[in-house]
Design a protein around this ligand. Structure first.
Ligand code: B1M
Length: 211
């Protein structure tokens, strides 16, 4: 199926139209993963390009983001597994100074669908807040997301804060977000890097399999 019409409504920030197009695609039997990748995420890439070119501004970008979130809400039940016992607990958050949460929410949704229990700390999460959550929740994995090159250092700061608090060895750390790379993950001492939500699920399963 062609998702151009869906993408266009998201780029324009036309929420009603986008929700209708998403429902239409679902009703037509399209694969939810394809709707997500080729309709929704592809649209946000265009929004990012337009922003870079100066033909789109923050308010429109926000409108497109809200439109996409409304469509994701429609897809969410399609990604939820049946009643499975929890595979493990994962703390998720977007790092300090960063308000982007669409990718983080998608990763959380896929992990939840794969049977993990998610504790979502939201956006703009300070290193101390991550440390406190690790101490309180004893998760197997701490997941951090960053979309700005200027907020990536906060991932390193969080790892340092965990070390200082004596919690670093109790949790595996997974990082991701558009500007994040596996090289950067190595540099800051993260355990896992995932470029997208699907890989985040494989990496999380890999952590548990490794014991
Ligand atoms: Co912003 N923004 N934004 N923005 N925004 C980007 C990121 C940017 C690339 C746009 C551009 O210039 N082309 C640019 C960053 C440049 C850089 O530093 N490299 C940018 C900028 C500059 C800014 C502001 C500074 C603009 C301003 O105010 N002048 C400002 C910063 C605000 C802040 O955070 N302090 C800002 C604000 C915003 C909005 C609030 C308007 C809105 C966010 C709304 C929201 O999230 N609720 C917004 C949006 C929507 C974008 C773009 C257009 C789309 C981001 C997105 O949702 N993508 C973005 C351009 C782009 O990325 N193409 C842009 C879709 C999402 C599914 O992908 O988040 O990459 P992504 O997640 C993927 C993977 O990265 C991965 O899996 C996800 C699913 O496959 N992943 C993980 C993510 N986290 C993971 C964690 C993991 C594993 C994988 O493990 C734990």
């Amino acid at each position: 199926m062609d998702f151009t019409a869906l993408s266009e409504t998201i780029i324009k920030g036309n929420m009603d139209g986008a929700v209708k197009e998403t429902q239409k695609a679902l009703d037509a039997g399209s694969d939810p993963q394809q709707i997500l990748d080729q309709g929704l995420i592809a649209a946000m890439d265009v929004v990012g390009e337009k922003f870079s070119q100066g033909t789109m501004f923050v308010p429109q970008m926000l409108r497109s983001a809200k439109t996409m979130q409304a469509c994701v809400a429609l897809l969410k039940p399609q990604f939820q597994a049946g009643t499975v016992s929890s595979k493990g607990k994962i703390i998720m958050g977007t790092v300090k100074g960063d308000l982007h949460d669409i990718g983080k929410n998608l990763v959380a949704m896929m992990l939840e669908g794969a049977g993990f229990t998610i504790v979502d700390l939201g956006v703009d999460v300070a290193p101390e807040a991550f440390v406190k959550a690790v101490a309180d929740e004893a998760p197997q994995i701490l997941g951090m997301s960053a979309l700005l090159s200027t907020t990536m250092p906060s991932m390193k700061a969080t790892i340092e804060a965990l070390k200082q608090a004596g919690h670093r060895d109790k949790v595996k750390i997974m990082i991701g977000g558009a500007p994040v790379t596996s090289q950067f993950a190595k540099e800051i001492g993260a355990d896992r890097y995932a470029p997208d939500a699907g890989s985040a699920v494989s990496e999380a399963k890999g952590v548990l399999a490794a014991g």
